[in-house]
Design a protein around this ligand. Structure first.
Ligand code: 21W
Length: 196
């Protein structure tokens, strides 16, 4: 599965290349490419945002720069997701659904947002990760990549998918390992006959 991320803060994505996702990338099960939207500014000062028509605080990302960045990564099979506080909240059902896609283009906003005209032109789906305010769509994009990647064939072992609590109707239970006694607290008696 291919993920293309469009962002003004490419450095923020370094950590996603580690852990489970890093392993999946090495096995070529997933491919994550980060594109710096600023590279597509035709302005000599590499300007990417401007003051909003109608006034108001902050800056708005310019439509032409975002559009050029999008055109550089789009394919026929690409589904474009805009990470936005106004989007539909991500849940496990949505995650499983997105994992069926071959190519996801993830657009991250910053400042007060992105010019609506380019959003109307390129975005298939707007997704939020919950009802709280962040400074941009980068952390939400990483949450999306992490959660979707787990469902890509071969990223997880069969056992860990089987034990998946959300798809299993929230079946979760406390877990224990050695030592048998920790700070005077014993592992529950029923579990002791089944060695870890
Ligand atoms: C926060 C952008 C607030 C815009 C006039 C009209 C992406 C996010 C984000 C951010 C605003 C997600 C405005 C949960 C999040 C994100 C940055 C407000 C200003 N002015 N999921 N509109 N929380 N956040 N808009 O913050 O980009 S997914």
């Amino acid at each position: 599965m291919k993920f293309d991320v469009l962002t003004l803060f490419p450095e923020m994505f370094e950590p996603i290349k580690q852990s489970i996702i890093g392993r999946a990338t090495r096995k070529q099960l997933i491919d994550i490419k980060i594109t710096n939207i600023r590279e597509f500014s035709k302005n000599k000062h590499k300007k990417v945002d401007d003051t909003p028509y109608g006034g108001g605080a902050g800056m708005v990302m310019m439509p032409d720069v975002v559009y050029e960045a999008y055109k550089s990564v789009k394919t026929d099979k690409a589904k474009v997701i805009y990470m936005s506080p106004q989007g539909k909240t991500l849940n496990q059902r949505k995650v499983e659904d997105l994992a069926k896609q071959e190519h996801l283009v993830i657009l991250c906003g910053h400042y007060e947002g992105i010019d609506q005209r380019v959003l109307d032109k390129i975005v298939d789906e707007e997704i939020s990760i919950g009802d709280y305010v962040l400074t941009g769509g980068e952390i939400p994009a990483m949450v999306l990549i992490d959660s979707v990647s787990r469902y890509v064939e071969g990223v997880l072992t069969k056992d860990s998918i089987k034990e998946e609590s959300f798809s299993n109707g929230l079946l979760e239970y406390p877990q224990y390992t050695r030592p048998e006694i920790f700070e005077g607290e014993k592992v529950p008696e029923v579990l002791l006959s089944r060695s870890p």
